[in-house]
Design a protein around this ligand. Structure first.
Ligand code: CO
Length: 134
């Protein structure tokens, strides 16, 4: 069911500072910031040869990463995103096996304009899992 790692996401309290660290200190290529009001975050992508790192900053009230940053004020690893061929088939299989899908269970459009879903961290060894249909 799982394909490649699409990206690893890190929640950050200050996106500009995080971009400077990746671009200037680590010498990486970093995309322009993209506001995703539906997801309550602003994102950039660090482009790597084999995957991407997504840096997430809270956007607006009630951002889903606000509570995370309260517990980890310096930032921290937030989720890992795996690619799937068919997100609805993957969801149905996971739900049938007892896994919990966050939200209303239907895919939303993610940062790449593709359908995404999030799976409950308690069902996946304490790690929030994102699935992206590619
Ligand atoms: Co993501």
């Amino acid at each position: 069911m799982l394909g490649r790692v699409n990206h690893i996401a890190i929640a950050v309290p200050d996106l500009a500072a995080a971009v400077a660290t990746y671009r200037d200190t680590l010498g990486a290529t970093v995309s322009k910031p993209q506001a995703l009001p539906d997801h309550g975050v602003t994102v950039v992508f660090v482009e790597l040869a084999n995957t991407k790192v997504e840096l997430l900053e809270p956007l607006g009230d009630g951002s889903p990463i606000a509570a995370f940053l309260e517990k980890a004020p310096a930032g921290g690893m937030h989720h890992i995103c795996y690619e799937v061929d068919d997100i609805l088939a993957a969801r149905d299989r996971l739900v049938a096996s007892g896994a919990r899908v966050l939200g209303d269970g239907s895919p939303k459009t993610g940062a790449h304009g593709k359908p995404v879903l999030f799976l409950h961290p308690k069902d996946f060894m304490g790690t929030l899992v994102e699935l992206e249909q590619v």
